[in-house]
Design a protein around this ligand. Structure first.
Ligand SMILES: C[S@@+](CC[C@H](N)C(=O)[O-])C[C@H]1O[C@@H](n2cnc3c(N)ncnc32)[C@H](O)[C@@H]1O
Length: 290
């Protein structure tokens, strides 16, 4: 185990992270998804993920005469070969993301957009245990982080360091790499499928070489960072709170907490000796800033 000072030092070298930047590890199936995403971007594809209940309501409406790219790649509708280009179909197949429903098809991957960025994640409904998460809370989280950038402080002598714990689609890490190109961005997730998709998303958004993704979590040997973000769930946050607090040498942003769970996380913070923190809230969504 390293001391805090050693971790600070190691933090500047990438040493403890064995993950290889995204571009180097993409196989033909990953690349097919990246190309599909890049092409959708070029064609002006836009889709905003809404809550599962709202998605269900939209899907219950009568079918439109035409099937759009958003129907196929956003609403996760079944489609026929005539509704998609041969190249898109081939890329979905190569990516292992083409489901066969009788004579029709469905994409097992969904693409959502945030400004000019595009993120692949699991198709609707996300019922499988290994589904890669992206939802309205992701947008809230990222909007909040983007607003917080201005208040980030770090030693001007070195690069800003960002650590995204539970990266999912990689959205925060990708936003950080775009916003602060000189930042050193690390991201991890215990879900291998999420890390694979996060790498693809980083590649599709042109920042693969700026982010170090890895499968796994954080512990006391993880290098500290100026901004540590964890959009997890309240129970997972509570279990790893001490570690998350110790890894932050600037700001720690905890999210994925529901209004009814604030007290659980707050009491954990008090137990870590932290009484001074902000609470940001949007409906039942809550973030704690330490
Ligand atoms: C709610 S999703 C959020 C994903 C992403 N941060 C976002 O905002 O869209 C939580 C993610 O944390 C991952 N996760 C759960 N426990 C974890 C842990 N102990 N360490 C790292 N990642 C974890 C899950 O696999 C999942 O991808």
């Amino acid at each position: 185990m390293h001391t805090a000072l050693e971790r600070e030092h190691l933090g500047g070298t990438l040493a403890p992270f064995s993950g290889v930047p995204g571009a180097a590890v993409l196989n033909p199936s990953d690349l097919a998804l990246v190309k599909l995403g890049q092409d959708l971007k070029k064609r002006g594809y836009q889709f905003t993920t809404i809550t599962p209940a709202s998605h269900d309501r939209v899907n219950a409406r009568p079918a439109k005469p035409q099937t759009s790219l958003a129907d196929i790649f956003g609403w996760s509708h079944i489609f026929a070969a005539a509704h998609i280009s041969a190249q898109d179909l081939a890329r979905l197949a190569t990516a292992g993301a083409l489901e066969f429903i009788g004579a029709a098809y469905r994409s097992s991957v969904r693409f959502s957009t945030l400004g000019d960025q595009l993120f692949a994640h699991s198709a609707f409904p996300t019922e499988q245990s290994d589904a890669v998460f992206f939802g309205p809370d992701t947008y809230r989280f990222i909007r909040f982080i983007q607003q917080s950038w201005g208040t980030m402080k770090h030693a001007p002598s070195r690069r800003l360091r960002v650590l995204d714990v539970g990266t999912g689609t990689g959205i925060l890490a990708i936003a950080a790499a775009k916003l602060v190109p000189e930042a050193r961005v690390e991201a991890c997730d215990t879900d291998e499928a999420a890390v694979a998709i996060a790498r693809e998303n980083a590649e599709a958004n042109g920042v693969a070489e700026k982010i170090n993704f890895r499968v796994g979590s954080v512990d006391d040997s993880t290098p500290s960072a100026d901004l540590v973000c964890a959009n997890l769930t309240a129970d997972v946050i509570s279990q790893m709170l001490q570690t998350l607090v110790s890894l932050s040498c600037g700001k720690l942003i905890l999210s994925g907490i529901l209004e009814t769970q604030i007290e659980l996380v707050q009491s954990g913070l008090h137990a870590c000796g932290i009484d001074d923190f902000e609470v940001a809230q949007d409906g039942e969504w809550v973030a704690l800033i330490i």
